[in-house]
Design a protein around this ligand. Structure first.
Ligand code: SF4
Length: 83
């Protein structure tokens, strides 16, 4: 069976259960998982992004443990941070 869209897609939310990585992060309610910001627009802010990032030994930023862009309300949080 192909993946299903459980919420109405919009300019603020979409979910692609057919993605081979879905869900790429753990969140409390999978129905709320937002794929819109697959690549977080706050990445360029470095250590000021406000997310749960970590740094590798070589100083590379990793977002593996941050689900902020994908959680319920994540769209609003990210847009507010960009402003
Ligand atoms: S995913 Fe999280 S840790 Fe990575 S840039 Fe976005 S807010 Fe920061």
């Amino acid at each position: 069976m192909m993946g299903s869209i459980v919420k109405k897609n919009s300019s603020r939310f979409f979910q692609n259960r057919d993605c081979e990585y879905f869900p790429c992060h753990d969140i409390e309610n999978i129905e709320d998982f937002n794929c819109l910001f697959c690549f977080c627009p706050l990445y360029h802010l470095g250590e000021s992004c406000g997310g749960d990032y970590s740094l590798s030994k070589s100083g590379k930023k990793s977002c593996v443990n941050c689900s902020r862009p994908h959680e319920k309300g994540g769209y609003e949080t990210i847009i507010a941070a960009l402003k």
